[in-house]
Design a protein around this ligand. Structure first.
Ligand code: GLC
Length: 428
């Protein structure tokens, strides 16, 4: 139903855009920017965060060998999402044509679309009805498509199945069960810590905090877009993280973890539980000696306060820079990377989450990646981060408050009161 509605609305928006003069309005919402012509064929670039999957160049090589006159060069930006955004914003503000296709984090669509740094895309040319609806929504702004979902992301609980099995335990469904499992497992496994996620001061911390609040039954913002952090659920969520550090269940070192630092710790056998995205699966399962936990771990849904938790929706969407020269090639390259064939191949090589719904139910894939049904549930139940133009300011406020609270500065109540006030200002 929601899917139909979205496509219907997108369709209407497209007609309005085509018939609107240079800068009209549609149905009382935002001004309608002129739709840029997607023409120009020739070499382009793809600007993206550091390719931790290791498969992107491979995919680009596939395109380049079939399109020698429209070669794509990879521009790898930092691993840290905030630093990626900063470089993309700078590039857009100087109207540079250096980046043609932008691999946008799902949280940046509003900002890039509102500033007209990316062009509206012809949704009829993409099989949007075959993609998970929640992923398509992250690429739209005021019901127009600006970015095509190429990979989704949902949080998963990676756990040491060998250690839990030896202790006669099943994966925890609640935070209390997680603590109890660690209390049982850790004494026999010195050098191993209980739990980590992404706790460095960057976007990953916003993800983990939002997830903790969601998993206690709360939300960072309500349906009206206003913050709802003055709640008992938000307090319980932040306490999970703050008390984790205090008790040592979250090792102090985890406060320097982004995705890759945590992955290395999990792969080295230093953690019983790790909140992480799906890309970690194949790396931790590698049997070439790079992972000490190959064959020893499994994946479960995130735990929560009183039952299973709920993830923050992650993922990336491809957009065409408004300042790119060869926009037709950019569009075709996006079709290629977001195709079912490429997403299947990418899942097989890198265990990144596809956006094509059917791949989650494909028997050959679920046999090879037994966590796929869990991941599908994680994505279907995931909550979006606020879809606002000033998203980075919202996230920075969260990162500052949560990082300090986890570092033992101030108390949980004070941190949430301050954050509620700051987010209220930002979402006025
Ligand atoms: C992953 C997610 C992205 C999120 C980031 C945070 O890359 O796909 O949405 O913002 O992690 O570190």
């Amino acid at each position: 139903m929601a899917r139909q509605g979205l496509i219907g609305r997108i369709g209407i928006a497209a007609v309005l855009v085509l018939t609107a003069s240079a800068c009209g309005t549609d149905s009382g919402s935002r001004p309608t920017p002129p739709q840029a012509a997607l023409d120009g064929v020739g070499p382009i670039t793809l600007a993206t965060g550091k390719d931790t999957s290791g498969n992107l160049q491979n995919q680009i090589d596939g395109w380049n060998s079939a399109h020698p006159d429209q070669r794509v060069s990879l521009i790898e930006l930092p691993e840290n999402a905030d630093a990626q955004r900063q470089q993309m914003v700078q590039n857009a503000q100087t109207r540079s044509d250096t980046y043609a296709v932008l691999n946008l984090d799902v949280i940046w669509t509003a900002e890039f679309a509102a500033n007209q740094w990316v062009v509206q895309l012809p949704e009829a040319e993409f099989p949007l009805d075959k993609l998970l609806p929640a992923t398509v929504e992250t690429g739209t702004y005021f019901n127009r498509l600006y970015a095509v979902p190429t990979n989704s992301d949902g949080g998963l609980l990676y756990y040491r199945k060998d250690l839990l099995d030896a202790a006669g335990l099943t994966p925890p469904k609640t935070w209390a069960e997680l603590s109890a499992a660690c209390a049982k497992v850790l004494p026999a496994n010195p050098g191993t810590s209980c739990y980590a996620g992404q706790f460095e001061k960057y976007e990953g911390l916003t993800v983990n905090f939002s997830e903790a609040v969601n998993s206690a039954g709360g939300a960072v913002v309500g349906p009206d877009g206003k913050p709802t952090l003055d709640t008992e659920a938000a307090r319980k969520g932040l306490e999970f993280l703050v008390n984790g550090v205090k008790s040592g269940e979250i090792p102090g070192k985890a406060r320097t973890f982004k995705e890759e630092e945590g992955r290395r710790a999990f792969q080295a056998g230093e953690l019983v539980f790790h909140r992480q995205w799906p890309y970690q699966y194949l790396k931790a399962a590698a049997t070439d000696g790079s992972s000490a936990v190959a064959g020893k771990f499994a994946v479960a849904p995130l735990p929560g306060l009183t039952g299973p938790g709920s993830s923050t929706l992650g993922g990336h969407n491809l957009a065409v820079s408004a300042f790119a020269k060869n926009k037709k090639t950019a569009l075709e390259f996006i079709k290629y990377l977001s195709s079912e064939e490429q997403q299947r191949a990418n899942l097989e090589k890198s265990s990144q989450a596809p956006t094509w719904a059917a791949l989650y139910d494909d028997p050959a894939l679920t046999a090879r990646f037994p966590y796929l049904p869990t991941l599908k549930q994680s994505i279907l139940g995931a909550k979006r981060r606020p879809a606002v133009v000033k998203y980075q300011e919202v996230s920075t406020a969260i990162q500052n408050a949560v990082y300090d609270a986890m570092g033992g500065k101030g108390d949980v109540g004070g941190a949430l009161t301050g954050l509620q006030a700051r987010l209220s200002e930002l979402t006025k």
